[in-house]
Design a protein around this ligand. Structure first.
Ligand SMILES: *[C@@H]1O[C@H](CO)[C@@H](O)[C@H](O)[C@H]1NC(C)=O
Ligand SMILES: *[C@@H]1O[C@H](CO)[C@@H](O)[C@H](O)[C@H]1NC(C)=O
Ligand SMILES: *[C@@H]1O[C@H](CO)[C@@H](O)[C@H](O)[C@H]1NC(C)=O
Ligand SMILES: *[C@@H]1O[C@H](CO)[C@@H](O)[C@H](O)[C@H]1NC(C)=O
Ligand SMILES: *[C@@H]1O[C@H](CO)[C@@H](O)[C@H](O)[C@H]1NC(C)=O
Ligand SMILES: *[C@@H]1O[C@H](CO)[C@@H](O)[C@H](O)[C@H]1NC(C)=O
Ligand SMILES: *[C@@H]1O[C@H](CO)[C@@H](O)[C@H](O)[C@H]1NC(C)=O
Length: 636
């Protein structure tokens, strides 16, 4: 009877979910935050959106027009990552925004590095603008043309012209090292002032761009809707003012579309009540409806297929346990070690008394065959820095994994210790050894024999320490063992420790997700290991105004003689610097700027003198901390 009621509940849930799902993206996606803005910046609203939210408000505007806040409260637009512009102003009435190039802002003698990267952005020049053409490092030049004194280099000179008004009869492109076109506002340049004296002030004022409706948003806007982007469906959507969400436009005039959405809501409610009735009926007539129950039994048939699959694939490299064996092993799940999105972890003992950790996975949709394939691929990995899988259990929907037990638990409790007596801080030597071990484990996963294994959830709670404090990466391959609906794409909606997630994972403006996303998480983690020694955690730093990596960056900037902590030996200080520098390289915004793990290992093992200080990392991670990406926060 209980089982039956449960099935009914599931059925109910399922029917209501699917009927509403087609019209309703998600409740959070229908309300865009009002009046969002950076401390000193303009209001951010449609078609712009704030991309540091957690989840990002990408559904609130044109996908290309995400904005972020920077250190001192300024608003930043970074069309491709790395090319940053201050957003000085947004004029929603005239559809225009004013930008200032980040590289040249606040400079008395600005040297532009690039023109505005229009790409496929839905932006265009305003008639208020005018172009300047700079020629840098000209080794030859006609006499009598005023040069930019502050940009000369030896005998070379640099020049600026109104674009198209260069001194004729001279090949500027040929005689100069570089030509860059810079847009400024017309009213900043006066005919009699001399460009050479005016360009710096003009560049600091910025330039104006206008936004146009993109083709995919035009229909929506024409029907009085607001265009957005669904991160779950990965397509442009239309939010209508009756509260509904459509794929391209709000249908008809307002009256009828409200009517329509009422009808839909009515249908959903009717569907729910109908399903309930059916359940009640089914329950009362269950004896007469034996055939249905037997259909449920058919699920068991699928198990048989899996048995056949396992038989046909020859002996598995690891032991398969029955559910009752798992129960016995864990003493009926008596001692819980942790819990995460994937399931619960219990302590257990094998029959030979060796301690194990048993992870009981939540029932997921994926079929058993996938589970076996994945378990087999995980079991074939073997590395001293990767937690060892001893066996698994698969009985119907019941799935469990059996691992070596790690007596020192997770790294997390040591770097964010609440109790210094039970979890004293680790020594610098030990921290270094741990950072190196994790790097080697990740390198092994990324190297892959046939395919690279991406972890996607590197963070202190997923690093386990054995009795000798040797680190072991755990929970890898977990993303695949989760059902499809919990894949990387849905990280937005899911929960996880966002501080460790690479920018490209939460905002597609930053490029493709790859093994470099793991490198980023690794970098954040070792910075936190260093920061933990000063009781600064990634989370805490987000609530204040300083960005944790910037705070740490200051330390390497000031030079090698300053100790991170009082009383450190020279050797310890060197270890600390190495970890900071390697960590900072790993968290570079642009994935291709981050080193592969093999290089990170070299950095940690090599001499400090060979390390270059990386550029200051630029971007924040989303601000909130307690978020689970499908897995997370469990110990195993
Ligand atoms: C932002 O929006 C609020 C409410 O709509 C308004 O009161 C405020 O003046 C706006 N601020 C700016 C800088 O436009
Ligand atoms: C630099 O210039 C930008 C844009 O003009 C301004 O918003 C920002 O506050 C300036 N930064 C500093 C440190 O002066
Ligand atoms: C400035 O240059 C861009 C191309 O770089 C061009 O599209 C734009 O029309 C130019 N604006 C003016 C006022 O010449
Ligand atoms: C000119 O070239 C030199 C050497 O390549 C370089 O250091 C300098 O920054 C250049 N100057 C400008 C204005 O590009
Ligand atoms: C173009 O350059 C000439 C000198 O080379 C200058 O006299 C003229 O004013 C410039 N044109 C504009 C529109 O500034
Ligand atoms: C002068 O400019 C040339 C290119 O035009 C460049 O190769 C050279 O390095 C520059 N020299 C200096 C001293 O900046
Ligand atoms: C979408 O779902 C939310 C919350 O479940 C609800 O408030 C809203 O009315 C729904 N919108 C439509 C069009 O069904």
């Amino acid at each position: 009877m209980l089982k039956f009621a449960f099935l009914c509940a599931l059925f109910l849930l399922f029917t209501t979910r699917t009927t509403s799902g087609s019209h309703n993206i998600s409740s959070s996606e229908t309300t865009c935050p009002a009046n969002k803005r950076c401390k000193n910046g303009p209001n951010i609203s449609y078609p712009f959106w704030f991309s540091q939210g957690s989840p990002p408000d990408q559904y609130c505007g044109y996908p290309e027009l995400g904005l972020i806040c920077y250190d001192n409260g300024n608003t930043i637009f970074a069309p491709p990552p790395g090319l940053n512009y201050y957003v000085k102003d947004i004029d929603y009435a005239s559809h225009s925004l004013k930008l200032v190039d980040f590289d040249t802002a606040n400079k008395t003698c600005p040297r532009a590095l690039h023109k505005f990267p229009f790409g496929n952005l839905p932006l265009s020049h305003s008639p208020l603008n005018l172009n300047l053409s700079f020629y840098y490092n000209c080794s030859q030049y006609p006499s009598g043309v005023p040069s930019i004194k502050c940009l000369s280099s030896g005998l070379n000179e640099s020049f600026v012209f109104l674009m198209g008004n260069e001194t004729k009869g001279f090949d500027w492109l040929r005689n100069c090292q570089e030509n860059v076109v810079v847009t400024v506002m017309k009213d900043q340049i006066t005919a009699d002032g001399g460009l050479v004296n005016q360009f710096a002030g003009a560049m600091d004022e910025g330039f104006v761009l206008e936004w146009q409706t993109t083709a995919s948003c035009a229909q929506c806007e024409a029907s009085n809707g607001v265009c957005g982007y669904s991160t779950t469906k990965k397509e442009t959507v239309c939010f209508c003012n009756d509260g509904s969400t459509r794929s391209n436009k709000c249908q008809g005039e307002e009256g009828s579309s409200t009517g329509l959405s009422r009808l839909i809501i009515g249908l959903i409610i009717a569907g729910g009540i109908g399903a309930l009735l059916i359940c009640i009926l089914l329950y009362s007539f269950r004896r007469k409806l034996k055939p249905i129950v037997s259909e449920i039994r058919q699920a068991k048939e699928i198990d048989k297929d899996i048995e056949a699959f396992i038989r046909n694939n020859g002996p598995l490299p690891i032991k398969r346990y029955s559910y009752s064996e798992i129960k016995k092993m864990t003493n009926c799940f008596g001692s819980k070690l942790g819990q995460g999105g994937y399931g619960q972890v219990y302590k257990g003992n094998l029959s030979n008394k060796s301690p194990v950790a048993v992870k009981v996975l939540n029932a997921s949709k994926g079929n058993g065959e996938e589970f076996i394939n994945e378990v087999v691929s995980i079991s074939r990995t073997s590395h001293v820095n990767i937690v060892n899988l001893l066996g698994f259990c698969l009985e119907g929907k019941k799935k469990a994994l059996v691992y070596d037990f790690m007596s020192n638990g997770s790294l997390e409790k040591f770097i964010r210790s609440n109790n210094l007596e039970t979890d004293p801080p680790l020594s610098w030597k030990r921290l270094h050894h741990i950072a190196e071990g994790i790097a080697k484990g990740l390198e092994y996963l990324h190297r892959g024999c046939n395919t690279r294994i991406l972890h996607f959830d590197i963070k202190p709670s997923n690093i386990l320490l054995d009795k000798n404090f040797c680190p072991k990466i755990s929970d890898f391959g977990m993303a695949k063992l989760c059902s499809n609906t919990q894949s990387i794409i849905s990280m937005y909606g899911a929960r996880g420790t966002v501080g460790y997630i690479a920018p490209e994972v939460w905002n597609r403006n930053f490029g493709g997700v790859s093994y470099k996303s793991d490198v980023y998480s690794y970098g954040m983690m070792i910075l936190e290991m260093v920061g933990g020694r000063q009781n600064i955690s990634i989370q805490a730093s987000h609530s204040s105004e300083t960005y944790f990596p910037h705070w740490i960056y200051k330390h390497v900037e000031v030079g090698s003689n300053v100790a991170w902590q009082e009383g450190m030996t020279k050797e310890e200080n060197e270890i600390c610097r190495k970890m900071i520098i390697a960590g900072l390289w790993c968290i570079q915004t642009v994935p291709s700027d981050r080193p592969p793990m093999s290089r990170v290992v070299e950095m940690l093992e090599g001499s400090i003198d060979q390390l270059q200080i990386p550029p200051k990392p630029f971007i924040f991670s989303p601000i909130k901390s307690e978020v689970d990406i499908c897995s997370t926060s469990s110990c195993y």
